[in-house]
Design a protein around this ligand. Structure first.
Ligand code: ADP
Ligand code: MG
Length: 704
């Protein structure tokens, strides 16, 4: 059925060719439907007035409105650099307002001694609140606003703003479009679901998301629209899952044989933690079920995931299957190869390593060995995915540090066998379970939530440059005890705009403070050749240097148990999950380890929360939850590359986990009763599922 939602935006009054092109290019709006589904990212309460004294640096990410009297106005600077500075006060305090553009016009409107309404984003100069380019209105404007009315704010671009499509312009277009399409909005959810979940109708929700009639109605509208998106996604994921489970073509690892048993009884130098045993049992259950295993193992750095994966590979070998383990970097692949070869020494397993750096002759031998079945375990990097890598009977694929690989890359490993091998994915990025399943699709999740005994929790401190001497003194004392330290910097190249410590600077100053011959310092960064990096890592591991200066390349998996201090420079620049990963590089041996977060004196509210959380807890899951609350899932390292195929317009996988849970439950109930959504009452859901299918191109032609 044709619908005017599909109408070209350019025919809407107030748009035309030029703006239509801008809207398409800058924000992807081509049709009236696109426009209606262009949701605000924030709503502002324009009935609330702040007192100047109330506005602190914690408000740096919220818009505020003040009612204040103009105390003075003056121009400063000349020509293009001219600014209008206006000092205002409201009895509780004063603030400086600044305009760079349109200064003459503003200056003429502002009369000293009179009161106005100013609205904008707070900025702080030496701790004092001010605003740049606030919106300016007379007092009478406030009386026209209905109580509780919220104003939508849309994201826009500079080009759009110049074409009078700032947030207000966009709101105007949406109001016009609404008049046109209102009658063609068709409900997308079945009555039963609407009733069961007490959801607002689609039409009401779309209206209230743009023009909230009250805070309560806005909330209901948000909930309804988020529910719809997440529900569409869950229908897809859960349908795919039941399909995998019903296929029943998984390899069956019946035997637990010599490889596993000899390793367990003779090689394993410690006993497994309860959590490791639990996960091994889960893997056992999966691999005798007759279904393909697709399991994510989450565990903090050092929780013993790699060991669990090795034991799964031993079971595969006991059943005459080959395994492979894919690591995200050359360094990690070599490290896994070394430790696994050493731990399984004497078992008679044939283990090989294949990376981009493997020499041609060696590569040829490995490829032959794989195809002929001589090699039991292959460890490597992305090189494993290449088409010429062919196994004779690949039974298990282990992927380490999942978030570095995309869904596509994983899928290519599946196809290395006619029947799909079992898959274990290991990640140290703790992700709440519902999010993991939504991000990675159809995976079962195991959690290793226990560290091997004897590990002492890492002590974390937050310090500033003023403490530099004390921190270096501490480092020297640790080094005197025979320990090693990392010092990590956020950037490789000095950034012109920002005054962050850069690696080379850092390297120089550290070699000055830790001079040879007493101290050896080595550097590792992302731009080094793989061989040089490895060499440096090896030297550090062999204790040829006490300090490793690095960029965040050491974040993943590197294992040097003798390193006990991690100093992170400009720590406010790192995300929470990255900080946690970095901290996990120490605390790997029996000694007390430390993490020192160096930061500037003045921090944003968010940076303060991040660093504070790091000091307060070592629990990766707790930090991950906080990270997602602070940033939303969109920014989580790797979610972009991880190939999230869904185009979320309003839901946030991090913040909306409760809605995810809810949609899983409802989708599960419906699919259990009607797996293919064939019943007439589920017809709408079939359409919804289709709309959110990863294969469906994103357009709105199938909404109505
Ligand atoms: P992850 O891959 O989760 O970071 P690893 O498997 O690399 O962790 O284990 C980290 C270190 O702890 C390794 O040196 C490993 O041998 C050791 N380890 C693993 N499991 C145990 C255990 N149950 N008891 C003692 N040490 C363990
Ligand atoms: Mg690991």
């Amino acid at each position: 059925m044709a619908s005017n939602l599909d109408n070209d935006i350019k025919f809407l009054p107030g748009v035309g060719e030029v703006r239509a092109r801008l809207l398409a290019n800058d924000v992807g709006i081509r049709t009236l439907g696109d426009l209606i589904y262009y949701f605000p990212f924030r709503w502002i309460d324009r009935t609330r007035f702040y007192r100047i004294s109330e506005i602190t640096e914690d408000h740096d990410d919220t818009f505020v409105q003040i009612r204040a009297r103009v105390l003075s106005k003056q121009f400063t600077g000349f020509g293009r650099g001219q600014r209008l500075m206006v000092r205002v006060g409201d009895g509780s305090g004063t603030a400086e307002l600044v305009w760079f553009r349109g200064t003459k016009w503003i200056e003429r409107r502002i009369e000293p001694g009179r009161e106005y309404i100013f609205f904008g984003r707070p900025s702080f100069f030496r701790g004092e609140f001010g605003m740049t380019h606030p919106e300016l209105e007379g007092l009478e404007a406030a009386s026209g606003r209905p109580a509780g009315a919220l104003q939508a704010v849309y994201s826009t671009t500079e080009k759009l703003t110049n074409a009078h499509l700032g947030t207000k312009g966009i709101a105007g277009l949406i109001a016009t479009a609404w008049g046109v399409v209102e009658g063609s909005i068709v409900e997308t959810l079945p009555d039963k679901v609407l009733k069961q979940m007490e959801l607002m109708s689609l039409k009401e929700a779309l209206f209230n998301i743009h023009f909230p009639q009250s805070a309560a109605q806005l909330k209901a509208a948000e909930f309804r629209l988020k529910f719809e998106e997440l529900f569409g996604i869950q229908l897809n994921i859960m349908a795919k899952r039941s399909e995998r489970i019903s296929r029943e073509d998984g390899f069956i690892f019946t035997r637990v044989g010599d490889y596993f048993n000899t390793f367990w009884h003779e090689k394993l130098p410690f006993s497994l933690t309860g959590a490791q045993k639990k996960v091994i049992k889960e893997i056992r259950k999966d691999t005798i079920s007759g279904r393909q295993m697709n399991r994510l193992i989450q565990g903090d750095v050092g929780s013993g995931k790699t060991l669990v994966a090795l034991m799964a590979m031993l079971i595969a070998a006991d059943n005459d299957f080959q395994s492979c383990m894919m690591a995200p970097t050359e360094i990690l692949a070599r490290q896994h190869f070394a430790s696994i070869s050493q731990m399984t020494d004497g078992l008679g397993l044939r283990i090989a390593i294949l990376t981009g750096a493997t020499k041609t002759a060696e590569r040829r031998a490995i490829l032959e060995g794989l195809a002929a079945g001589y090699i039991d375990i292959l460890i490597g990097t992305h090189a494993l995915i290449e088409d010429r890598v062919q196994f004779s009977n690949l039974g298990l694929v282990v992927i380490d540090e999942q978030h570095r690989f995309g869904v596509e890359q994983r899928a290519r490993l599946w196809t290395k066998n006619e029947r799909p091998p079992h898959v274990l994915v290991m990640t140290a990025t703790p992700i709440p379970r519902t999010l993991a399943m939504t991000l990675y699709g159809d995976l079962d999740v195991s959690v290793i939530d226990e560290l091997p005994p004897g590990r002492r929790p890492i002590k974390t401190y937050q310090k500033t440059d003023a403490d530099r001497l004390a921190v270096w003194g501490f480092l020297k004392r640790e080094i005197a005890k025979g320990r090693q330290a990392y010092v990590v910097y956020p950037l490789i190249k000095e950034s012109e705009k920002m005054d962050y410590k850069d690696l080379y600077d850092g390297f120089e100053s550290i070699t000055r403070d830790f001079p040879r011959p007493e101290y050896q310092v080595i550097a590792v960064h992302g731009k080094m050749k793989a061989e040089d990096k490895q060499l440096a890592m090896r030297e550090f591991k062999e204790r040829q240097a006490q300090i490793m200066v690095a960029t965040s390349v050491i974040e993943v998996g590197v294992d040097v148990p003798n390193a006990t201090v991690m100093v992170i420079e400009s720590a406010e620049r790192f995300g929470l999950s990255q900080l946690h990963q970095l901290r996990g590089r120490v605390g790997r041996g029996g000694e007390q380890s430390y993490c020192v977060l160096m930061s500037g004196q003045k921090l944003s509210k968010e940076a303060r929360q991040r660093l504070g959380a790091m000091v307060a807890t070592n629990d990766g899951f707790e930090l991950a939850e906080l990270d997602m609350r602070l940033r939303g899932s969109g920014d989580i390292a790797g979610t972009q590359q991880s190939g999230l195929a869904f185009d979320l317009r309003i839901a946030d996988l991090g913040r909306d986990q409760q809605i995810i849970e809810l949609t899983r439950r409802v989708a599960g109930e419906i699919l259990d009763a009607d797996p293919l959504l064939e019943r007439p009452e589920n017809a709408l859901l079939r359409t919804l599922k289709e709309r959110f299918s990863p294969q469906t191109p994103k357009d709105f032609s199938n909404i109505s």
